[in-house]
Design a protein around this ligand. Structure first.
Ligand SMILES: Cc1cc2nc3c(=O)[nH]c(=O)nc-3n(C[C@H](O)[C@H](O)[C@H](O)COP(=O)(O)O)c2cc1C
Length: 135
């Protein structure tokens, strides 16, 4: 680990009832278990029928997860906004943080889906939210 570190930021469209808390809890539980195993970290939020997720880890582990995500019927329209090498993680300690939506984050999500937000800014806002929630 540490070599080959990359970050993926993607959006997708929730299928079925996006407000289904049971679904969200299940996704988080499996994510935290698998990501701890695979050395992946990141954050996930859902709002207005859209997921926004940032993932960090080794390229081959990200590839494997992106393949599983592509096959997951709980969402579709998976659009990778950015995939890039990173020098260090922003979500150390979070196998998968669940970011609660604030009005500002709702705007960020909408702008990210619409291509109007810079990926770096979006990730920074999600990190700030995860840190604020943990405090
Ligand atoms: C929006 C969304 C985000 C997800 N994030 C992750 C994740 O970070 N890690 C993960 O392992 N699975 C994640 N999943 C679940 C995967 O698509 C897949 O169901 C799961 O990895 C299968 O794990 P299993 O083979 O251990 O059952 C996510 C699913 C959705 C719909």
């Amino acid at each position: 680990m540490g070599l080959n570190l990359e970050r993926v930021l993607y959006t997708s469209r929730a299928r079925g009832n996006a407000d289904n808390l049971m679904m969200q809890v299940e996704i988080l539980a499996v994510s935290q278990r698998n990501n701890a195993r695979d050395g992946l970290t990141g954050a996930l939020m859902i709002h207005d029928g859209r997921f926004l997720q940032v993932l960090e880890g080794a390229a081959q582990d990200l590839d494997r997860l992106m393949r599983r995500l592509a096959d997951d019927p709980r969402h579709d329209e998976v659009v990778v906004v950015e995939r890039a090498p990173i020098a260090q993680r922003d979500f150390t300690g979070w196998a998968m943080a669940s970011v609660r939506v604030t009005p500002a984050l709702a705007d960020t999500l909408r702008d990210t889906v619409g291509g109007a937000a810079s990926p770096r800014e979006t990730v920074a806002r999600m990190q700030q939210a995860a840190l604020a929630q943990a405090a």
